[in-house]
Structure formats: C-alpha cells, structure tokens
Design a protein around this ligand. Structure first.
Ligand code: ADP
Ligand code: MG
Length: 268
C-alpha cells in the first residue's frame, strides 16, 4: 500500500530561479508501507532536500505530496509527527537541551493540553534511553557529547514518536562501526516486526546492500534510478551516478554482496 506519493514535484530554494540554481525536478515517487528505501546520490544531488519535502519542512513550488491518502498541506504539524519522524543530517540543537529532553521531545505529538508526559510516555522515553545506550548521558547537554552519541539521541527522539515512517538523513555518519550495526539491526527489526517504513539517505554502499530492499539514486536533482537493491547496486549504475569504479562480490556462504570501491590510485 502506498503511504507517501510524490507527483510531479518541482522545488527550488529561490522563488525566482536562475539556470545555475539547484532544483529538484520531475520527482515522482511512491513509498510503500514496509519499504526499507535507501536514497543515494552525490553531494548536492538533492537527497536532504527531498527528505525535507516529505517531512513538510519545505514546500514544493509544483506537484503534490500525498501522505496516507491526504495532501500533506492539509495536515497539522502534530498529526504529521504522529506518522513521520525525521532524523536530521547534523544532529545539533541551537538550545542547550539535555539528552533526556531531546528524547522526551519525541512524545510532543501525544501530549494532552496539560503539556506533561504521562507515566506511559515516561516509560517509553526510559526504554528508549536504555535501547540507545544513553543512560550514562541523560543529563548531559546535547551539544556536549560526541556526534555519534547525539545521533543516537536524535534517533531515539524519532522512535519515541512511534511513527509509521522513519526518515533518516545519513544516520550512520557519526556512528562507530558497532553502533552502525546495532542501529541498522534495530531499524531492520522495526521494519520486519512492526512494519515501520524506513527511508534513509545513505553514503555507505555496503550498508545499503546489507539492509535495504529498495534504492533510489538521485543525480542533479532528478531521480536517476528507482529499483530493487540488487538491480540498483551494479557497477554501471554506480559509475554513472558517482563516477567511481566498483566491483560487486557475493560471499558464497552467506550470499551477502560486498561493494568494493576500486579507485584509480595515483602512484608516485
Ligand atoms: P545532498 O543532501 O544530496 O547533499 P542537498 O539536498 O542538501 O544535497 O542540497 C542540494 C543543493 O541545494 C545543494 O547545491 C545545496 O547547496 C543547495 N541548498 C541546500 N540547502 C539550501 C538552502 N537552505 N538554501 C539554498 N540552497 C540550498
Ligand atoms: Mg544531505
């Protein structure tokens, strides 16, 4: 079933655009319930912009975005937040909130008029702090911890929203390899067991190959490719989009595919 449908989206940051300005154009994309979709593309190809359009944070100049059968424009912010949670690319806050406060913010769409968390909300927040291995940091300021710890706090904030769709913008950028695997295993479990739809911007082709079912590649603000992970992650497509040679190998025992980057090394 289609959860999000983007039709004929055109977007540029400036109302009056010159030819050299970046724009997203001809974006037609259906995100189905249960997808584990990775969005790939070079720097500046429009990945973060696309994610921000889906959250309603940016509005397209043309086209429409339908979320769960209703035009995104007709939603209240709080109702979007019950369906979509978003983990930004750079996990910082302009205010010095604590790790606890950041995670607790995720319950905002569920608070009543009193504005206070109920015991049920507090139990959800406490469980998430444990799951994200942040118990020792709850009182620390979000800007006083490492990038990876902050990333886990923002992922925790998104998950306590109990969304149908989780949008993540390069979630592994700051994570050490242990936490990359634990976060992606958790995302996969949420996807498989609870049917949460995952849409994530990725740079790591191996993690993409291991965890996602579908890939969208952006190139110069357009969708270059939308397909199953094994059809999308092939040397010709990767070369076309990233201008890099790769070799794909499949492990005979596990059947897992590895993308090996083969740079042209300058030898002196
Ligand atoms: P990606 O996430 O694929 O690296 P982005 O979607 O962040 O790319 O950016 C796409 C293009 O839009 C880039 O050229 C970037 O400089 C430009 N851009 C991003 N944010 C803004 C903004 N707030 N105002 C103007 N241009 C922007
Ligand atoms: Mg980006």
């Amino acid at each position: 079933m289609s959860l999000i449908k983007l039709s004929n989206i055109e977007f540029s940051y400036r109302e009056v655009k010159s030819d050299s300005d970046f724009s997203l154009s001809d974006i037609n994309l259906i995100i189905n319930e249960g997808d584990f979709l990775s969005i790939l593309g070079p720097n500046g190809s429009g990945k973060s912009t696309l994610i921000k359009l889906i959250t309603g944070y940016l509005e397209p100049q043309c086209g429409e975005i339908i979320l769960d059968g209703t035009d995104l424009k007709n939603y209240r912010q709080k109702d979007i937040a019950k369906k979509i949670a978003y983990v930004p690319q750079i996990p910082t806050s302009i205010y010095p909130f604590s790790v606890y406060e950041i995670i607790a913010m995720g319950r905002f769409p569920y608070l009543g008029i009193s504005g206070f968390e109920k015991s049920e909300d507090i139990a959800i927040i406490d469980k998430m702090i444990e799951l994200m291995e942040l118990s020792h940091l709850v009182n620390k300021g979000i800007n006083e911890i490492s990038g990876g710890e902050a990333q886990r706090a923002f992922i925790g904030r998104a998950l306590v929203q109990q969304p149908k769709i989780l949008l993540l913008d390069e979630p592994n950028a700051h994570l050490d390899i242990k936490h990359q695997i634990s976060i992606f295993n958790l995302l996969k479990k949420l996807n498989n067991k609870e049917g949460i739809t995952i849409v994530t911007v990725m740079h790591d082709l191996n993690l993409t190959s291991l965890y996602s079912s579908r890939v969208v590649m952006l190139k110069n603000g357009k969708i270059f490719l939308d397909g199953k992970v094994n059809d999308a992650l092939i040397p010709e497509k990767i070369k076309n989009v990233f201008e890099v040679d790769v070799e794909i190998t499949t492990d005979v025992n596990s059947n897992l595919r590895t993308v090996l980057i083969k740079p042209e090394l300058e030898r002196s």
